[in-house]
Design a protein around this ligand. Structure first.
Ligand code: NAP
Length: 283
């Protein structure tokens, strides 16, 4: 019998914790604020930014949105980041990716001050995650760790398989599981015997970007299955896991929608609170 890990409920509890933290700071006369930069007209990016703004408002976090045209130059974008870096009243800065062609994402990631880098994409923050001494963790892997912890699932000693090695999901996810003493295998498009490796997993994380990629024959009986995928098929959102067949083998499974997705924004809010506390020497 499987149990669905309810991302909506867990993210609500994280958000409540953040709201309480923001209120505590407010009592000390400290505001918590996030600047969000969006360049161009990508519809998905617009939705993500609108959702981040809504979440900030609900938790008492001040949000400033900078919507720049696709024609924005690299210099203009870096100049805005420089201004936001210098403002004491801005705790977190994020630039919604992907950027329109012609803009250098790495330069933008490098330009954001590490202490305001609430996406945890700056090389300094990436390095700190590797060492295991970090303040910010990329929001999606952080959200997955929160889900595991909420459900009482301890990765220690477990075989963990992560499918995907992106900088924002797969790699940091594998490091976080390793820090929790999981035995971690990272798979990618060149992995041989993928199904066999997946079948060895006690905890299987799918971050591939292909609808229904993980099928029941790739899953061990009793595995914990975490579906990061957000794919559109005929206008419908679906994950990387073939939920209907895989759920029968899993002990725990995340749905799409309502699984990992809601956690990502909640953890962004948590990172923003952490930034505000750190910048006011309260951590
Ligand atoms: P990405 O950068 O495209 O990375 C996909 C990874 O999957 C790559 O490492 C790739 O391997 C691997 N892969 C592709 N085809 C494969 C195959 N046939 N066998 C094994 N591995 C394969 O994607 P991402 O940014 O990590 O995102 C992954 C998914 O998660 C997407 O659906 C995305 O929309 C979703 N996502 C969701 C959230 C959320 O909040 N829920 C947040 C972020 C991302 P190579 O490295 O060899 O190319």
């Amino acid at each position: 019998m499987y149990r669905i890990i309810d991302g909506k409920a867990i993210s609500a509890s994280v958000k409540q914790r953040v709201k309480n933290g923001v209120e505590e700071l407010s009592k000390k006369g400290i505001t918590t604020s996030l600047a969000v930069i969006i360049v161009g007209d990508d519809p998905a990016s617009k939705v993500y930014v609108a959702n981040k703004k809504k979440a900030c408002e609900a938790l008492g976090i001040i949000s400033e949105e900078y919507a720049l045209p696709a024609s924005t130059t690299q210099e203009e974008l870096l100049s805005l980041i420089d201004t936001l870096n210098g403002r004491k009243d801005i705790n977190g800065i994020l630039c919604q990716l992907p950027l329109p062609s012609g803009l250098d994402e790495n330069a933008v990631i490098n330009a954001i001050l590490p202490e305001k880098d609430v996406d945890a994409f700056h090389p300094q923050n990436v390095g700190k995650i590797m060492i295991g001494d970090y303040d910010f963790v990329p929001c999606t892997p952080a959200g997955i760790m929160e889900m595991l912890s909420y459900e009482g699932i301890d990765p220690e000693g477990k075989r963990c398989v992560v499918i995907g090695r992106s900088n924002i999901v797969g790699k940091p996810m594998s490091m976080l599981l390793l820090h929790k003493n999981g035995t971690v295998t990272v798979c990618h498009s060149r992995t041989k015997n993928l199904a066999e490796i997946c079948r060895s997993a006690d905890i299987l994380v799918a971050a591939v970007g292909r609808a229904c990629f993980v099928t029941a024959d790739m899953v061990k009986d009793g595995a914990v299955v975490i579906d990061v995928g957000m794919n559109r098929v005929d206008g419908k959102l679906c994950g990387d896991v073939d939920f209907d067949s895989v759920k029968e083998k899993a002990s725990y499974i995340t749905p799409v929608p309502g699984g990992v997705g809601p956690m990502t924004i909640a953890m962004l809010m948590q990172n923003t609170l952490t930034a505000a506390k750190k910048q006011n020497n309260l951590l």
